[in-house]
Design a protein around this ligand. Structure first.
Ligand code: BTX
Length: 324
């Protein structure tokens, strides 16, 4: 995989700078035939590869693949994404990630599926995860945090995802507390944060990230067509999922370390700069009740602060927010 992602990275320089199989073989202590086999594997995965006689290989076209090498060629991270388990289809990557985490998966290991047949949101709501159209992944993280600090990881992830979208598109997404990333008020991405912990120590935080990338409206189930959107719908142009995945992982690693080292304050600032509900009238629905208030900001520990009509301030740990 390592060599495949290196090959992809180098071959993307195009026909002007073909990659010499001999040189790569020498660098990695392999035979030229071994390199050639990797090239054949990539062709089988849908890559179109050209050869210049006596010079080497170059990339003509790449599929919209999420296979490990496709993602890893764009990584700049230490740990995040350095180990990827790719699954063609599964019920939910969260379930796989929980088992992997229990079995000792390293910090930053990623489970990616091309399709989820039972993708889930919060409170066991369904998450539509069409084949080949989005990024459905679970990132296993092992930050040094207390269980009380875990919910803020949702906000850390939201900032990382917005930055990645800004890197690759001209869109300006907003964040709706706690876990939605919206474009023009429609849901582009959802985050599901799950925890494995002792009473005083986080063992693993599993960040489930669902991003709508190349769907057309008809790819969504009818009941969410007026609330959901994708990057393709918003900008009329498709995005290579592998590159976006890598950008999310690069930013995520940076912001998680920032959070662990400097606390929530720097994340809070970034988060608030993307937030769309601050200062607005909102309806708050929890499992117990539902009421209206004005959103004021987020607290030092990531709760949403709202001002009730009688002037009292309340900090909310978890709820669904509807902007009125
Ligand atoms: P949520 O509870 O905030 O959002 C779920 C709600 O969003 C659904 O009830 C539905 O109305 C709407 N919805 C469903 N599918 C989509 C979609 N594709 N786009 C926009 N809106 C939708 C959000 O929960 C958290 C989602 C996390 C998904 C990831 S994917 C990888 C990982 N595996 C897994 O099973 N879940 C996570």
């Amino acid at each position: 995989t390592n060599i495949k992602s290196e090959l992809l990275k180098r071959m993307s320089a195009g026909i002007e700078q073909p990659v010499s199989g001999q040189q790569l073989a020498d660098e990695y202590g392999l035979s030229r035939t071994a390199i050639w086999k990797y090239v054949k594997e990539l062709e089988q995965e849908g890559y179109e590869i050209g050869t210049v006689r006596k010079k080497g290989y170059y990339l003509i076209d790449s599929p919209d693949s999420l296979m490990p090498a496709a993602v890893q060629q764009y990584l700049q991270s230490q740990n995040y994404g350095q180990k990827i388990e790719y699954i063609e289809a599964c019920p939910s990557t969260q379930l796989v990630a929980h088992v992997e985490a229990q079995n000792g998966a390293p910090d930053g290991m990623v489970i990616i599926a091309n399709e989820q047949t039972a993708g889930k949101g919060r409170l066991s709501r369904p998450w539509s995860s069409a084949a080949g159209k989005g990024i459905w992944m679970s990132v296993i993280t092992r930050p040094k945090l207390t269980p009380q600090q875990a919910p803020q990881m949702t906000l850390v992830a939201a900032v990382a995802i917005v930055r990645a979208i800004e890197d690759l598109t001209n869109l300006t997404p907003t964040i709706k507390w706690p876990n939605d990333i919206l474009v023009k008020g429609r849901k582009l991405t959802g985050i599901l944060t799950e925890l494995q912990a002792d009473p005083d120590r986080v063992k693993a935080i599993i960040l489930g990230i669902g991003m709508n990338v190349n769907q057309e409206l008809e790819d969504f189930p009818e009941e969410i067509r007026d609330i959901a959107t994708s990057l393709y719908i918003e900008q009329g142009q498709s995005v290579k999922r592998a590159e976006l995945t890598a950008k999310v992982l690069n930013h995520l690693e940076t912001y998680v370390s920032l959070y662990v080292e400097k606390g929530f304050a720097p994340i809070k600032l970034l988060w608030e700069s993307y937030a769309d509900s601050i200062g607005k009238r909102v309806k708050i629905s929890t499992l117990q009740d539902s009421y209206e208030a004005t959103a004021r900001g987020i607290s030092e520990d990531g709760r949403l602060e709202v001002v009730l009509d009688d002037g009292t301030v309340r900090g909310i740990y978890s709820a669904d927010i509807h902007i009125l």
